[in-house]
Ligand binder design. Structure first.
Ligand code: SAH
Length: 356
């Protein structure tokens, strides 16, 4: 069944030729009317995928305590921005703010900002976070001149990428075109922005053109007014090869068959983010395997506390989540696949979770 978005993309290609994967991904995820994140609440067991904060309340709680720690180490400012980028259902921040009741001064000082393009998800976030009077913004540039603590969990993986393929004659860009029957297919074309380095034939390289600027926008208020950011995503310091994936109802799908229906993500290459943020004057901590980071900030102890007060079903799900999030037994296990990177201004000491 062709979707409306499929028709829009087809027409575009018919009119002006194949489009970059970056443009395809932007349309598939963010088209104002038919984009995946604009029309769907993809989270949870009944949705397309499940994220760490949806698995256990301990995840958001520990991030809340991490934020308090940062706030204390930057001198307990009486007024600061607490920012979450791409909050999904709002679960992480909801758990974080509940845990932060141990520090009422922190809660009083916090101005909550949520960066969320999707109106549907803003509504969901309002259900959980409305009591904290959040301000929704489109862009980080809209933040006020205040110390800033920013959280981004599974956001960078949704930023659109380009792919390049090394052939015998040189690099080509893998773009999205039309087959004779009108379905979307990958095509190879020469492009001006192909990689300048060499790799073996058939290598695929992914580049996220927007990532550096996005990271810089996170870093700027931190350098200017103090603060920190915590970036969590799957990927590594360097990522090679093809990692673009489409997920629908917890299963892999083909990225071109149902734009707007399946989620599209790619592994995050943290190195360009670190470079962009260092350039502005930040200190980078990590990356660190999420399993190690969570253990260091106390996920085992917090889970044990929660289990003592939980019924049997809740206990089982808390323990399963602990195991999944900290599992590092294979490259695809969450505790190893996911990385945590923190960014601070230069005066702020090493944040918790990055000492070991
Ligand atoms: N952090 C949440 C949701 C992750 S899904 C969780 O852990 O459960 C990705 C989120 O990022 C969604 O809320 C999506 O709407 C948002 N998003 C995607 N692209 C974005 C962009 N360019 N800027 C800000 N948010 C974005």
């Amino acid at each position: 069944m062709p979707t409306n978005l499929m028709e829009i993309i087809r027409t575009k290609i018919q009119q002006s030729g194949p489009i970059s994967l970056e443009e395809y991904m932007r349309l598939a995820l963010m088209h104002p009317e038919y984009g995946y994140y604009m029309t769907k609440d993809p989270f949870g067991a009944g949705g397309d995928f499940i994220t760490a904060p949806e698995m256990t309340q301990a995840f958001g709680e520990l991030i809340g305590l991490w934020c308090i720690d940062i706030w204390q180490s930057i001198g307990r400012p009486a007024n600061f921005s607490l920012v979450e980028i791409g909050p999904g259902r709002g679960t992480l921040m909801h758990d974080a703010l509940r845990a932060a009741r141990v520090a009422p001064e922190f809660l009083n000082a916090a101005n909550l900002y949520l960066v969320e393009p999707s109106l549907l998800l803003r509504k969901r976030q309002n259900e959980l976070l409305g009591a904290y009077n959040p301000t929704w913004i489109e862009k980080l540039e809209q933040l006020p001149n205040l110390p800033t603590i920013t959280i981004a969990n599974e956001v960078f993986d949704a930023l659109p990428i380009k792919q390049f393929v090394r052939l015998r004659q040189g690099w080509m860009e893998r773009r999205v075109g039309l087959s004779p029957t009108g379905s979307l297919v990958f095509v190879l074309q020469t492009a001006p922005d192909c990689p300048s380095f060499d790799m073996p034939e058939e290598s695929v390289v992914e580049v996220c053109p927007g990532a550096g600027e996005f990271a810089s926008a996170i870093a700027r208020p931190i350098v200017k007014n103090r603060g920190a950011a915590l970036i969590i995503d799957y990927g590594d310091d360097e990522v090679y090869g093809e990692t673009l994936q489409a997920i629908s109802h917890h299963r892999a799908a083909h990225p071109l068959t149902a734009p707007g229906v399946a989620d599209l993500t790619a592994h995050v290459n943290f190195e360009p983010l670190a470079i962009a943020m260092r350039k502005i004057g930040c200190r980078i901590h990590g990356t660190k395997n999420m399993g190690d980071w969570l253990m260091e900030v106390g996920i085992r102890e917090r889970t044990e506390q929660l289990v003592m007060r939980a019924d049997e079903t809740q206990s089982r799900s808390l323990v399963t989540a602990l195991q999944r999030l900290t599992d590092q037994s294979s490259a695809s296990a969450m505790g190893k696949l996911f990385k945590v990177m923190a960014v601070t201004d230069r005066a702020t000491p090493t944040p918790s979770g990055f000492h070991l």
